[in-house]
Design a protein around this ligand. Structure first.
Ligand code: UDP
Length: 338
């Protein structure tokens, strides 16, 4: 049994990681300021005696050092995410994402604790070198476009993780997530899959931004968690950067069609210009496809859940949680901007 610290433990990926780690017999400490995570995500584990929750922000946590001291491995998932958040709150995005990672690495450095740092496929930016390899170039747009501040903040996090490993011998592993989706993900901050599912279940047309020809590779959260737990236990990963994604590529229009099929909704698709929802001159990524040969070779694990199955699981969760979601939506109404 190990003790894990999960920052962002009440978030979408974090709460699934917490749950699976507890089911495997580990002790889990979760730290989360509930800015985008929710206590609802922890409902199933709150009473577990091997689980402890601290509702604080990473960088201002009074107990971060204490939690890090208790942990064998730290999963640093806490971050400001979601394109709406990033465009509406670029200061918070940059400060939270860099400040949080800096605080965790500083604390981990004292006792050389292993840290798995969450990054994102967004760091590949406008690169056309698909499928993206971890050693490929990162091609961001100009600083005048807030969208790129998220990728830039995560690139700094990646450099910090590498620097702490090279200079201070803190064992770090950097993970680039490719559009992780599944039950508990909220569409409130922009993520397309839960937005489409909610629209379909509410009997509304699905809103595809841009042409809909842009593509993504959606990855089931359970596959991501399986990789995370394997990496926690594997010293060969230390110092490395890994793509975590399912290479099954779909256009956003195709995603909309799959959601309509999976929900059986009698709805259509509306195409909305980017400028109507994001900032003026918004730049999207056209294709985002991972090369996952590195993570598969290391862990021997490949994605097990395809897109349709992940959409079905997510639909079931939305249906089962419609009531608690309504309560949550009311409580958090002030946060809803779109
Ligand atoms: N998108 C969309 N409708 C929505 C939300 C997003 O068509 O309601 C598009 C978005 O413009 C992008 C893709 O879906 O091309 C994925 O968006 P998301 O914010 O989920 O992730 P990211 O852009 O970070 O990959």
């Amino acid at each position: 049994m190990a003790t894990f610290l999960v920052t962002g433990g009440a978030g979408f990926i974090g709460s699934h990681l917490v749950e699976t780690a507890l089911a495997q017999g580990h002790r889990v400490l979760a730290l989360d300021d509930l800015s985008s995570g929710s206590v609802y995500n922890l409902a199933a584990v709150r009473a577990n005696p091997r689980f402890e929750f601290t509702p604080e922000a990473v960088e201002s946590s009074r107990v971060l050092a204490e939690l890090v001291d208790q942990a064998d491995v730290i999963f640093h998932l806490a971050a400001t995410v979601g394109v709406f958040n990033i465009i509406d709150s670029p200061v918070q995005t940059i400060e939270n994402n860099i400040g949080g990672t800096e605080a965790v690495l500083k604390a981990a450095a004292k006792k050389k604790k292993k840290v798995l740092v969450a990054s994102t496929s967004e760091v590949y930016g406008k690169s056309a070198a698909t499928p993206f390899r971890e050693d490929g170039d990162l091609t961001l747009g100009p600083t005048s476009k807030s969208r790129w501040s998220y990728a830039a903040s995560k690139i700094v996090d990646e450099f910090l993780a590498q620097a702490y490993w090279k200079q201070h011998k803190v064992p770090t592993v950097t993970l680039r997530f490719f559009n992780t989706i599944g039950p508990r993900q909220t569409g409130r901050y922009g993520m397309v899959a839960p937005r489409f599912i909610k629209q379909a279940l509410d009997g509304l047309n699905l809103t595809v931004y841009g042409t809909g020809r842009q593509s993504r590779c959606f990855t089931c959260v359970s596959d991501v968690v399986s990789w995370l737990l394997r990496l926690a236990d594997d010293d060969r990963a230390v110092g490395g950067v890994f793509n975590l994604g399912n290479p099954e590529e779909v256009s956003i229009t195709e995603l909309a069609r799959r959601v309509i099929a999976v929900t059986g909704a009698k709805v259509g698709i509306d195409y909305v210009p980017y400028e109507a929802v994001y900032e003026e001159g918004f730049e999207d990524m056209e294709r985002r496809v991972p090369d996952i040969s590195k993570i598969v070779a290391l862990t021997g694990y490949s994605p097990q859940v395809n897109l349709d199955e992940t959409l079905r699981l997510t639909r079931d969760w939305f249906v089962a949680n419609a009531a608690s979601q309504a309560v949550q939506a009311q409580t958090e109404a002030a946060l809803v901007t779109r």
